[in-house]
Each structure stands twice: as C-alpha cells, then as structure tokens.
Design a protein. Sequence first.
Length: 219
Amino acid sequence: MMTFFGGLIAVVVLLSVFLGYRIFSKISDQRNHSGKTGGVLEKTFLFLFISLIMVSVNALTFILSYTFFWEKAYRTFDEPQYTATVVGYKKEITKAKSFPSSSTYSDKAIFFPKVEYTDANGKKIVKTLDITSNNPPELGEKIKITDAKDRDTTNAVELDWIMFAAGCFFTGIAAFFAALLSTYSTPYPMKKRVAWSLGAGAALTLINIFCIVFIYLKQ
C-alpha cells in the first residue's frame, strides 16, 4: 500500500513530466517555425532534460516543504507530546562535496539522536529523531518530541530556528523558479509570469513560516 509521501512523490513526478512536455512542445513549435526541426535523438534528449529540471525544482518546492514543514506541523498537532532523553546516536553515511567548487564527493557521517521516553501506557520507547543538525543534542539532554506508535521516527519540536528560516527562504526561491518555468508554455508575457511566480514563492514561504510558528507555539 502506497504511503501519502509516496503518493506525493508520484504526483510531483507526473505533474513535472506533464509540464515538461508542455514546455518541450512550445520549444519544438518555435524551432519548427524557424526551420530547425532536429532529429528524434535530439528531441528525446531535450524532453528528458526539461523533465528532469522540472522534477528537480518541483521536488525542492513540494517534497522538501512537506518533509520539513507540513508533516512536522501535522505531527505536532496530531500526536501526543513527550519529554525524551537522548540515549545514543544513529550513524548514517551520505555523499558530500569537500568544497563547493569540487566535482568529487566523499563520505560524510551524519548522526541522528536516539531518544527514550515513556508512553501513556508506561512503556519505554526508544526511537530515532526525524531530524538532526551540525550540533545534535548531547547524551542525557532532555528534548520535547511528539510520537505515534505507527511511526518509525519521533518528531522533534525543538527546532534549529536558523536552519528552518533558511529552509523557508530556500523553498520559496524554489517555488519561484518552479512557477516561472511552469508558466513558460502559457501565452502570458514575461512580466506577468515573474509577478505570478513571485506571488507563488511568497505564498509558499508564508505557509512554511506558519508551520514553524505553529510548532513553536505547541511547545
């Protein structure tokens, strides 16, 4: 059975491919009018390239917003809150660039705190937090979480506010470019597309800020 998150990914991918096809069709029509038809291989590459760009910007817009803002706000509202103790760390390895300008990637260790709390039935539960940072909480530190028994991770409600403020800005920028690219296939002039895209970016930023404020107030 597909989860809500899996369904969201499927919708984002399908919508992105559809929008990519519309952009590809407009570019193809313009090339045909200028006499530059191009071969099948060139057209296929162009379509796949445009679709990949659309999938990327829409994923940054919607999937990141869902993961770091919308779902956390919903869990904070829906799940019971507990005070948990950090009892260990879960190590995960990810790929990262040594320098921003570098073209090579190296392994980087990320540590997700493991926390222990006692649920409403008096049972001790040990789970991993859903988020971490460069300065994770220390062993023995008390933190506030929400959790449900059908979840694999607990929901941290004490956030790194600077990181989440940066996330709001980042997803807003991503929404601007997603809207700007999506409206390329429309007959609207560039000025109107930019204005609409700015509105879309500002709207998503405000939604994500509202989620952060809600989580803060629920602490």
